[in-house]
Each structure stands twice: as structure tokens, then as C-alpha cells.
Design a protein around this ligand. Structure first.
Ligand code: MG
Length: 383
């Protein structure tokens, strides 16, 4: 038995293992700057590896998901969120015979463009950059992988494949981007559709967990949400009466995740069969997305999301921190604009190419929560 498997052999194996509507590595449209293929890694494995080794990826660890500056050691941050979402995407990709490596790469990169302090940061930068083309985290993720990471002498960015970049950008966009945009079709690739679904399932379920642990969400209020009540009905009778509260909560979370992921797998398989999809191109040109929850579960899932929005994301304790964070980012941006000498040299060096506002926004968006706070204190102290 020959042990070593070359990339070409792995690509051939993909053709037998993956569904015809999965994105085969060998069919990739390639990279903006052509590169010789790797002898042992497929194109999408290589994309994934480049993302994991990126500085922006490591910074996800210190960026908020919902809470600002880690109120608790067990709360999710963007890195743990990303890993949970990637795991869901890989599980589902394997079951549906999709390209696990591509789905994983897209998920690992999907939040790279997120500002510090969760969505607060995104709102502020969008407002400050209104006259300069706006700000959006998907587009910023593409800027990170296309322009802001610097690891190669021949090009800016990571030079990822067209398919990974398309999955990161998500939807059509008209904005200035110095690198040719990835190919965008009426529907994204199934692996990219899956990345979105995995993201949504991951944050919804872990936010319930964080909300309960922080005691911002109350189990009694949650019990009014039909999907949660349903899950409870399944979980509680199985548990010993003396089960610890943390075990009860975890068992609910496990059952919720399993229910959502199983439904996603089964309903997507049914949708693919019903659509008679036989090729990647048919998926791209389809009138609607094929990856998604069943119509039975979609409603209850949206109701759970609405509950989170009302009771968690908009809870006074979370909102107070959000307002504070918005103020910090706005001030940081304006202080740098007023006095660019406060910026590190490499940021100023990009003014001529990227424009001053955009270069500052890239810098501020890339910050971790704690670095943004430290910079804010430093600059305020200087004034
Ligand atoms: Mg996400």
C-alpha cells in the first residue's frame, strides 16, 4: 500500500467521494495571482491554512461576540464562535457530500472583518464612512484576506481562491476594491450557503447559552419560546431530578444544536433531491438557496432569534456597553483623522493608496477590544 497521497490523488478521490453539486478542488477558478499548486494540499486546504495562520485570525480571540471585553471567562468571543460554526459546517458538509475543506475555509474567514465590540463597531464605522463608500463586515473580511494581511512578497493579502473569496463576500456588492472581485452568481456555492447556515445556528445557540449563564436571560422567559419548550420536553424527562443546573443547561444546548443541525442536513438533502441539482453551475443559477432549515423548523427558529434580539442583544446591560463601545470607536476614528501622527507608520504609509479614511477604518476595524480601549485611553490622555 502506497502511503503518501499527492494532491492530484486527493483531487481524484474528491471526484468519487463528493456529490456532483459539490465544489471540487480541482475545478477551482484559481487565485488572482497564479501560484504553483501544492504537491500535497488541495487549493481549499491551502486557503484554510492561510486563514488560520493570519494575524487577523488570532485577533478574533480578543474580539467580542455579544459581551464587551469578556465579562466572563466562559463567554464566547469571535474565535470560539468561529470554531463552533466551522465544526457545524464540517459536520453538515460531510453528511451532504459537499467540500468540507471549502466550507471550513469560508467559515474560518467569515468574521475576520468584524470590528471590535461586536456590531456596535460596524454601525459606527458605516456611519463615519458614509461619504467614503461605507463599511460592512463581509466586505471588510474580503479586505482582510485580499489586502490587509501581509505574509507574501509578491502580493498583498493571502491570494485565496475565487471560491473562498466569493463565500466570504457573500452577496453582490458595488464598491471599490483594488483586487478583482470574486465571481458572484445568483446563488452562492453550496459550501458558502452552508457557511451562512452554520454561522446562524452557532451564534443563536451559543448566545442562548451565554445569555443564560450571564443571567440576562431567564429560564422562565425562555420557556415561553416554542422551540426551547419543545427541546425542554425532550430533555427534562431524561435527566435525573438532582441534575446540576449547568448540566441541565448544557443538555438543552446539545439537544437544540442536534435538532437544528439534523434538520438542516435532512431538509437540505431533500431540497437538493427535489431540485434535481446535478452540477455546481445549476446550484449557482438556481432561483433560491438550497441549504436551509425545513419550513417546519424555520419559523420556530426565527422566533428564538427574535427572542434573543429583544431580551439579550437589546438588554439594558448589553446596550449600555454597546453605547460605550460606539463612543470609543467614534472617538478613536476622529482622533486619528485629526492627528494622523498618532497612527503607526505602516498605516500612514497606506494613505496614498487606500485613502486616509479607509486606511484608518482598516486599522480601527482590525483592533481587538482591549487594544481599542488601550488606544482610546492613550489618545485621550494625550489631549
Ligand atoms: Mg459569525
Amino acid at each position: 500500500m502506497k502511503v503518501l497521497r499527492t494532491r492530484t490523488e486527493q483531487e481524484a478521490e474528491e471526484r468519487t467521494r463528493l456529490a456532483p453539486f459539490a465544489m471540487a478542488s480541482a475545478d477551482s477558478a484559481g487565485r488572482v495571482v497564479p501560484e504553483a499548486p501544492h504537491p500535497y494540499r488541495t487549493h481549499f486546504q491551502r486557503d484554510r491554512d492561510r486563514i488560520v495562520h493570519a494575524r487577523a485570525f488570532r485577533r478574533l480571540q480578543y474580539k467580542t461576540q455579544v459581551f464587551v471585553c469578556h465579562e466572563g471567562d466562559h463567554d464566547r468571543n469571535r474565535l470560539t464562535h468561529t470554531l463552533e460554526a466551522a465544526q457545524i459546517a464540517r459536520t453538515v458538509a460531510r453528511v451532504l457530500r459537499l467540500n468540507e475543506d471549502l466550507a471550513e475555509a469560508v467559515v474560518l474567514a467569515h468574521d475576520l472583518g468584524h470590528t471590535p465590540f461586536g456590531h456596535a463597531g460596524e454601525r459606527v464605522l458605516a456611519e463615519l464612512l458614509r461619504a467614503e463608500g461605507g463599511f460592512d463586515h463581509n466586505r471588510q473580511s474580503l479586505r482582510v484576506v485580499d489586502l490587509l494581511e501581509q505574509r507574501y512578497p509578491r502580493f498583498r493579502g493571502l491570494n485565496l481562491t475565487d471560491e473562498t473569496r466569493g463565500g466570504i463576500l457573500k452577496h453582490g456588492a458595488h464598491f471599490e476594491h483594488p483586487v478583482p472581485l470574486p465571481r458572484l452568481t445568483p446563488q452562492p456555492l453550496l459550501e458558502a450557503q452552508l457557511a451562512d447556515a452554520a454561522d446562524e445556528i452557532a451564534y443563536t445557540s451559543h448566545d442562548v447559552d451565554d445569555g443564560l449563564r450571564s443571567e440576562i436571560l431567564h429560564p422562565r422567559a425562555l420557556a415561553e419560546v416554542p422551540l426551547w419548550r419543545d427541546v425542554s420536553g425532550e430533555v427534562v424527562p431524561r435527566l435525573p431530578a438532582a441534575a446540576e443546573e449547568s448540566v441541565v443547561r448544557s443538555q438543552h444546548l446539545i439537544a437544540l444544536l442536534d435538532r437544528l443541525i439534523t434538520d438542516l442536513e435532512e431538509s437540505t438533502a431533500a431540497a437538493l433531491e427535489a431540485a434535481g441539482a446535478v452540477s455546481v453551475e445549476e446550484v449557482r443559477q438556481a432561483p433560491k438557496r438550497l441549504v436551509g432549515l425545513s419550513s417546519e423548523l424555520r419559523g420556530p427558529f426565527l422566533e428564538l432569534k427574535r427572542f434573543l434580539a429583544d431580551r439579550f442583544y437589546h438588554h439594558p446591560r448589553v446596550l449600555a456597553r454597546t453605547r460605550e463601545a460606539e463612543g470609543v470607536l467614534r472617538d478613536l476614528f476622529l482622533l486619528y483623522r485629526k492627528d494622523p501622527s498618532a497612527l503607526p507608520e505602516p498605516v500612514r504609509a497606506r494613505f496614498s493608496e487606500d485613502g486616509e479614511a479607509r486606511a484608518i477604518a482598516d486599522y480601527v476595524a482590525g483592533m481587538t477590544d482591549r487594544f481599542a480601549m488601550a488606544e482610546y485611553r492613550r489618545l485621550r490622555g494625550r489631549r
